[in-house]
Ligand binder design. Structure first.
Ligand code: MCA
Ligand code: AMP
Length: 448
């Protein structure tokens, strides 16, 4: 399909192609509104969009993609520090949608052109802008369409945020390329999913865990075709409960902002608890040992990926990769004899996954250190029954309470980057070189 959002240009209209809690748009209406806005923004170097979970966001991002203008979705709850960083670093102008009427469909931009700049956390420093090309988006969505047998007959239901790969690329651009309907529920609650008929439902493990905790709502999903889980490890008990309550096992898939979705279970194949499946078409994977040599099947090592879905690189710094073009994911995994992948964990303790959000420990530490009374800070992920991991901070400070420090971070960074708990301590454990020993904090979590 030559156009990135191919189905949007189909003659066959759908009266409610995209719907949120309040209203809906047909394909023709979405295309007309987006073309009008595209005519206004064409030629700008890069635009930013306040990515609220609304149809306006869908229209604005669609317009930028039609115009070939790279778009930066900004988390609506980003605190002042994070927002300023994203806008300054990308040089993007924040768009407010006020389209005129009656513009034609612009010419399709080159597939190699950048489509999205998604800000994502590293282990240290502020988030980096990952540049994702139109070709990578198209390759990934086509691969998932094949693997999940995702067609125009499907109705996708989800309530995920529109500023990450999961909710935006799969959750909005997927339907606009493939032609399925999309219903966005605003928030991904069990009640909203149960009340919204559909054939495919997307969720992060926290969403599925909450669905299982609401059995009446879970049973409403029995008529779905696919329940897809990703963005973080799906605990085996949640896999089992979901299967028991809905009559079907979830389809797990694995990915990253930098690589898009690279490994998945098939719609018509096995679904194995604790495993994320096989590489999708166009993607190669391998597991290597500490020396970089390929690991034996079933052996734990470092997961690397290569192929058509990789990002172009971070803004200004490019794409880190091995000399033969493999992207080092930072995830520790096994690939069995039969090719099935199991994600074991992350190589670094400084990337935390909380509710499916990726949070860099360094970014939260830097925010805490801006507080005049904070002398030292160490942030780690600790197990949380609902969120997978929670953000836990150990802080050496004279004066502020735990709540003051949580609120201090919340003012500066997105809400999910707030520590859930702050332990005020006299000193942080350090090695002879003066480096904080985070491993020494982990076992003592909650007891300092
Ligand atoms: C949160 N709250 C707090 C604190 N933290 N209150 C006090 N102190 C804190 N430290 C508040 C929240 O503001 C909220 O309040 C309430 O507690 C509940 O918060 P929470 O438990 O976090 O639940 P939630 O707000 O319902 O969010 C859970 C969620 C959310 C819906 C699962 O985490 C989510 O949308 N996750 C999706 C992330 C995602 O899309 N990741 C994809 C990345 P109030 O209720 O008043 O607001 S892309 C990716 O990973 C790759 C490519 C892939 O593979 O997909
Ligand atoms: P992000 O860039 O926010 O997309 O986060 C990517 C990270 O999420 C990966 O490097 C993994 O650590 C984690 N992740 C994504 N999907 C899965 C999954 N199905 N199972 C385990 N971890 C996952």
């Amino acid at each position: 399909m030559t156009r990135l959002l191919g189905a949007l240009h189909d003659d066959a209209d759908q009266t409610d192609a995209v719907r949120d809690g309040q209203s809906s748009l047909s394909r023709h209406e979405l295309l007309a509104r987006a073309c009008a806005l595209a005519a206004e923004i064409a030629g700008r170097p890069v635009v930013a969009v306040e990515a609220t979970p609304t149809l306006d966001t869908v229209v604005t991002i669609t317009a930028a993609l039609l115009a070939g203008v790279p778009v930066v979705p900004v988390p609506p709850d980003a605190g002042e520090l994070e927002r300023a960083h994203i806008l300054t670093d990308s040089g993007a102008e924040l768009l407010s949608a006020s389209p005129r009427h009656g513009a034609g469909v612009p010419a399709e931009p080159d597939p190699s052109a950048p489509a999205l700049i998604l800000y994502t956390s590293g282990t240290t420093g502020p988030p980096k802008g990952a540049v994702i090309s139109r070709a990578a988006l198209a390759a990934d969505l086509d691969a998932l369409a094949a693997v999940w047998r995702w067609t125009p007959d499907d109705t996708l239901v989800h309530g995920l945020p529109l500023f990450h790969v999961h909710g935006l690329v799969l959750g909005v651009l997927g339907p606009l390329r493939i032609g399925s309907r999309l219903v966005h529920t605003g928030r991904p609650t069990p009640q909203a999913y149960a009340a919204t008929p559909g054939s495919i439902y997307f969720g992060v493990p926290t969403v599925w865990s909450r669905v299982c905790a609401a059995p009446a709502e879970a049973r409403e999903l029995r008529s779905a075709r696919l329940l897809v889980s990703g963005s973080a490890p799906l605990p085996v008990p949640v896999f089992d409960d979901l299967k028991a309550l809905t009559g079907q096992a979830p389809v797990e898939r694995y990915g990253m902002t930098e690589t898009l979705i690279t490994v998945s279970a098939r719609a018509d194949g096995e679904r194995r608890p604790g495993h994320v499946g096989l590489p999708v078409p166009g993607v190669e994977t391998r597991v290597v040992d500490d020396s970089g040599a390929p690991a034996e099947p079933g052996t734990i090592g470092h997961l690397q990926v290569r192929g058509a879905t990789l990002f172009d690189g971070y803004l200004r710094t490019g794409r880190p990769e091995t000399p033969d073009g493999w992207y080092v994911t930072g995830d520790v995994a096994t690939i069995g004899e039969d090719g099935w992948h199991r994600i074991v964990g992350r190589a670094s303790t400084d990337l935390i996954k909380t509710g499916g959000y990726r949070v860099g420990a360094g970014e939260v530490e830097d925010a805490l250190l801006l507080h005049p009374a904070v002398r030292e800070a160490a942030v780690i992920g600790t197990p949380h029954p609902d969120l997978g991991e929670q953000i836990t901070a150990y802080v050496v400070a004279g004066g502020p309470t735990e709540k003051e420090l949580i609120d201090f971070v919340a003012d500066r960074l997105a809400a999910h980057k707030r520590p859930r708990s702050v332990h005020l301590v006299d000193t942080l454990p350090r090695n002879a070189m003066g480096k904080v020993q985070k491993a020494a904090l982990k076992p003592r979590s909650g007891r300092i």
